[in-house]
Ligand binder design. Structure first.
Ligand code: PLP
Length: 425
């Protein structure tokens, strides 16, 4: 499968039915699984045998879909979570605990920023936020002896900055820590961060992967390439016995290919239970089957709309990495050669009030917190997703008060442009 094209992997990956088995991924709508003997079940609990026992930790439907996403990203193991937030939390908390430190790009999703800067801070994990455009020296200065990971987004929501993944991976590796990339907006169709040195990838599958606004979900994929054992003192949770699992050492038992995801399943899913429902995993798979076709159309619409807005006198600025002359165009050419997704940010002349009035006049684009969907939608982040931030934090997150995030769906670009044109007039 790894040598097949991204489209073939979208359609065929993860699930190969045998003779007489269902063609479509079965929805295993069962909380529990039956065993003949207590001894059989005990082996599962000791992680000596693989199998299912309780859907709070694992379910076959989820595993088929996670396997497809692992193939799309070129990873060795993956798990589905109940939301993108759960994926971001697990990806960090799996390797960092109280007293540890993380370096993160400052232009990340507002929910992730709050998770890191407020909630995980309360758990004793410190975050240093650096601009994705920071100098090598500034990036270097952000690291501490207790740093456990670097975090960033391929295409940031909603700032639309493009991260120089290779540069951030090199800095992370020089300090013996992994680079975690939230690849939600790019999807593996447009960018595969492992090819540029990232070690762990997360997704809000709620966005393009599902693509139809039907199910909230998340995913974590491991490249299997980060050598935890080379920095065993930094990652005791992976490299020393887990007493809550009868002394299993994840890197020894499951190797680099499986240690991270097995630990996140065995410990974090067991204790927090943020698993995706099998129903949602089934819907997610329907979205994945057309992801390669949809991302192409989203990106074409994004570029057409960005070009239209760029020349419109009522628009003060446009950010779209696929647009010629954009600050991130060179990085987009390197990391996103097949398209820069459907999300465009821009400012309406007249600031916050003009932005809100303009949005009220749009007929096709609906005002939603949602983004990256088949139906065009738009949002004013300063009064919605980012409203907990003060002006300085907004600026650091790349969100100005007049910013409108416009998410091009799969409609005809000409109709989207006509709608924008009448609302701007
Ligand atoms: C939406 C989003 C999240 C959070 O995902 P949910 O599924 O809403 O929990 C995380 N990262 C990015 C980039 C997002 O767009």
């Amino acid at each position: 499968m790894a040598d097949q094209g991204i489209g073939t992997r979208c359609v065929q990956g993860g699930y190969t039915p045998g003779n007489g088995e269902p063609r479509q991924i079965p929805i295993v709508q069962s909380t529990t699984f039956k065993y003949a003997s207590s001894a059989d079940m005990g082996k599962l609990f000791d992680l000596e045998a693989s199998g299912y026992f309780y859907t709070r930790l694992q379910n076959p439907t989820n595993d088929y879909v996670a396997a497809k996403i692992a193939q799309l990203e070129g990873g060795t193991a993956a798990m589905l979570t109940s939301s993108g937030q759960a994926a971001s939390f697990y990806s960090v908390f799996n390797i960092a605990s109280c007293g540890d430190h993380i370096v993160s790009s400052s232009t990340i999703y507002g929910g992730t920023y709050n998770l890191f800067a407020v909630t995980m801070k309360r758990m004793g994990i410190e975050f240093t936020f650096v601009s994705p455009d920071c100098s090598d020296e500034e990036l270097e200065a952000a690291f501490r002896p207790n740093t456990k990971a670097v975090f960033g987004e391929t295409i940031a929501n909603p700032a639309l900055t493009v991260l120089d993944i290779e540069r951030f991976a090199k800095a992370a590796h020089a300090h013996g820590v992994p680079l975690i990339i939230d690849n939600t907006f790019a999807t593996p169709v447009l960018c595969r961060p492992f090819e540029w040195g990232a070690d762990i990838v997360t997704h809000s599958t709620t966005k393009y992967m599902d693509g139809h606004g039907s199910g909230v979900g998340g995913c974590i994929v491991d490249s299997g390439r980060f050598d935890w054992t080379a920095y065993a003192d930094k990652f005791p949770g992976l490299c020393t016995p887990d007493e809550s699992y009868h002394g299993v050492t994840y890197t020894e038992r499951f190797g680099l290919a499986g240690a991270f995801i097995t630990k996140a399943t065995a410990q974090l899913m067991r204790d927090f239970g943020s698993i995706q429902s099998p129903q949602n995993a089934f819907l997610l798979n329907l979205g994945l089957e057309s992801l390669h076709v949809r991302m192409k159309r989203h990106s074409e619409n994004g570029l057409a709309v960005a070009r239209f807005l760029k020349q419109h006198p009522q628009v003060s600025w446009v950010t779209y990495a696929g647009l010629e002359g954009d600050k991130y165009h060179a990085l987009a050419q390197k990391y996103l050669p097949d398209g820069a997704c459907g999300v465009v940010s821009f400012g309406v002349r007249g600031g916050r009030a003009a932005a809100e009035a303009f949005m009220g006049r749009l007929k096709i684009a609906a005002i939603e917190t949602h983004v990256a969907d088949a139906r065009t939608c738009c949002l004013h982040p300063a009064s919605a997703t980012h409203r907990q931030m003060n002006d300085d934090e907004l600026r650091a997150a790349g969100v100005s008060p007049d910013l409108v995030r416009y998410s091009c769906g799969l409609e005809d670009a000409a109709d989207l442009i006509a709608d924008l044109n009448q609302a701007l007039a």
